[in-house]
Design a protein around this ligand. Structure first.
Ligand SMILES: [Zn+2]
Length: 336
């Protein structure tokens, strides 16, 4: 039995038909974990759909109304890049409920994994990039509302920048900075080399600190500022990636003291990803996961995990990478 829970439902399946997003991956990861003996049936918890009032902690009433009445405009549906249906709305409400549950269990057990979620491209007033509801933000806001935490840190390692999450949690910062302009627009760039750059904003007054490590030359074109954005060059490999991750997280933890880490464990920095242009190996991605879990355990900060993207040419690789995230957590949290 694992020392943490895995949140999963067969209803995580996204009814989007033939699509680059492998909607069956949730079921396949669940199956792989059982078959490989990484987890057993008792390790899983079934989520319930988030309540509308949870969704409304992050998303605007107009947007939620449009989703619930099926009245998105054609343009809004196009921007989401997945075909709208009532069933799809249910799946996203369930993913958000799963992330809330994973957040609660992480606070109890030190770690928890939602075998879904990580929909970091959803904004308060619209969905995009296969994301309708930002479950990461919904979970954090719900835990804050329940007074279980005050401060959270998002470590987003999906290959695409976490634009929705940055916009949601950066709103307060943006307002403060508009009132008191900083010397350089977008915040100071602390380091810049041919091999990538890191941009840091002030964390003063922030209750959620967001870190995004992503390929610079990739969707989204417009990257609203995270607390720390690490813009990585095309083709970056394991060793350099892990160096940037260590650099960014170390810097973040000098400036911010989180009570929960939300780790967005995207599988798409993988070298054979169809929508990514980094060059990480399966082994390198597991080392990335281990790094985050070790750090959380050493510092005694609970960590909740969401899966986010993964579009490997061979879907089995995506399943392996996501399953390895659970295996890495097992190694770190079950060890002494
Ligand atoms: Zn992605």
């Amino acid at each position: 039995m694992l020392p943490f829970k895995i949140v999963y439902s067969d209803a995580y399946y996204l009814p989007i038909g033939e699509h680059v997003f492998p909607a069956a991956k949730y079921r396949l990861v669940h199956q792989r974990l059982l078959e490989a003996g990484i987890a057993d049936a008792a390790d899983f918890l079934a989520p319930e759909k988030a309540e509308d009032r949870d969704i409304l902690l992050v998303h605007g009433a107009d947007y939620v109304y449009k989703l619930q009445t099926g009245s998105l405009t054609a343009r809004e549906e196009l921007q989401m890049e997945i075909p709208f249906s009532d069933e799809l709305v249910d799946a996203f409400w369930l993913a958000a409920g799963g992330s809330i549950l994973a957040g609660r269990k992480a606070l109890e057990d030190g770690a928890a994994i939602n075998l879904g979620g990580g929909f970091h491209h959803a904004f308060p007033d619209h969905g995009e990039g296969f994301c309708m509801i930002n479950d990461i933000a919904v979970a954090i806001r719900r835990l804050q509302k329940d007074k279980k935490i005050e401060r959270a840190m998002v470590i987003d390692c999906d290959v695409h920048q976490g634009n929705g999450t940055a916009a949601i949690f950066g709103k307060r910062r943006a307002l403060e900075q508009a009132a008191q302009p900083l010397p350089s627009e977008g915040g100071p760039t602390l380091q810049r080399t041919d091999h990538g750059s890191i941009r840091e904003l002030s964390a003063d007054g922030a209750d959620v600190f967001t870190i995004s490590l992503h390929q610079e030359n990739n969707y989204p074109l417009w990257k609203p500022p995270s607390s720390i954005d690490v813009n990585l060059p095309d083709g970056l490999g394991d060793e350099q990636y892990l160096g940037w991750l260590d650099n960014a997280v170390s810097s973040a933890l000098r400036r911010f003291d989180p009570q929960l880490i939300s780790y967005v464990a995207g599988a798409d920095p993988y070298k054979h990803d169809q929508l990514g242009g980094l060059n990480l190996s399966i082994d390198g991605l597991k080392k990335r996961d281990e790094f985050v879990f070790r750090l959380a355990r050493t510092r005694g900060v609970p960590v909740m995990v969401t899966l986010a993207g993964g579009y490997a040419q061979d879907v089995n690789d995506t399943i392996t990478i996501h399953s390895n995230t659970v295996a890495a957590a097992k190694e770190v949290f079950a060890g002494n």
